[in-house]
Design a protein around this ligand. Structure first.
Ligand code: BV8
Length: 229
């Protein structure tokens, strides 16, 4: 529909904070003393796979204990009702957007509830703990299953699809992200360069706040429903 604006929304850990999931770089941002950049890497997985498996097991279990909040629910309403183009790109690996009912969704950094077999290269749903003894449900090989998560130094998923959406966006809204991690942190510049209006909704100014036309600071569970309405 030509006259209805196309929207791209980027979400980060801040949208899940009010559901009770820890963010990466806030006061609670360390996991057992480790920064996410130290644990979420292929090198860390080779060096100490038990630590990396435990990191994701803990987050997978925690994500199952919490519920989507008003911000996730507002985006699901937008998804259901918006007649124009809409793509919600999340950096988050939890499934709170899906559980709120959002369909036009893309996990650019992978998902906690997905596994990836390094023997047969298949991906599949995964629930519960994952470890060195885990067997691939497709090829049955044990000991080659890893979290289906995009680690630092790895290429995020579906970048062509994201770039296409950013180039066609009339509105780009960033919610709950510090703007610390690329390429996600550069999306606002691409959208702006291609003519989109840009809005930042966050608890505090992100590292890219200067690139936004409009900035709304406060909790996502309050500000996102206000923006969607
Ligand atoms: C790649 C999965 C290339 C893991 C993640 C130097 C300069 C520039 C770039 C680089 C560089 N050195 C290295 C790089 C590249 C690197 C990068 O950007 N590093 C950073 C640290 C400098 N990027 C990569 O490696 C990426 N890949 O570049 O590949 C390539 C090219 C060709 C071929 C192959 C490869 C891959 C990056 C993906 C890494 N994986 N996640 C996991 O989740 O375990 S990133 C990780 O950080 C999470 O996914 C998280 O989503 C992401 C970003 O964090 P945020 O979501 O923003 O969370 P954060 O805690 O930081 O902020 C939360 C915000 O919410 C805060 O601002 C806070 O104020 C706000 N908030 C809190 N509460 C609320 C709230 N807001 C509203 N309401 C609230 N209640």
């Amino acid at each position: 529909m030509a006259d209805v604006p196309n929207i791209v929304v980027l979400t980060g850990a801040g949208i899940s904070a009010e559901s009770g999931l820890a963010t990466f770089r806030g006061p609670d941002g360390l996991w057992e003393g480790h920064r996410v950049e130290e644990v979420a890497t292929p090198e860390a997985f080779v060096r100490d796979s038990a630590l990396v498996y435990a990191f994701y097991d803990a987050r997978r279990a925690r994500a199952d204990e919490v519920e989507p909040n008003a911000a996730h629910n507002a985006l699901a309403r937008l998804d259901a009702e918006w007649p124009g183009g809409l793509l919600i790109v999340t950096q988050n690996v939890d499934n709170l957007h899906e559980r709120a009912g959002t369909n036009r969704l893309l996990h650019m950094h992978g998902e906690l509830n997905s596994g990836w077999c390094q023997a047969c290269d298949e991906r599949f749903g995964w629930h519960g703990p994952m470890g060195e003894e885990s067997a691939c449900p497709v090829c049955q090989v044990a000991g080659r299953v890893r979290p289906d998560i995009v680690w630092f130094g790895e290429m995020p998923y579906e970048m062509e699809r994201i770039d296409e959406a950013l180039m066609n966006a009339d509105l780009f809204v960033s919610i709950g992200t510090s703007g610390a991690v690329y390429p996600a942190a550069g999306f606002v510049q691409t959208a702006r360069y291609c003519g989109a209006r840009t809005i930042e909704i966050n608890l505090e100014p992100s590292q890219g706040s200067i690139f936004f036309d409009e900035r709304r600071y406060g909790p996502a569970a309050t500000l996102v429903p206000e923006w969607v309405e």
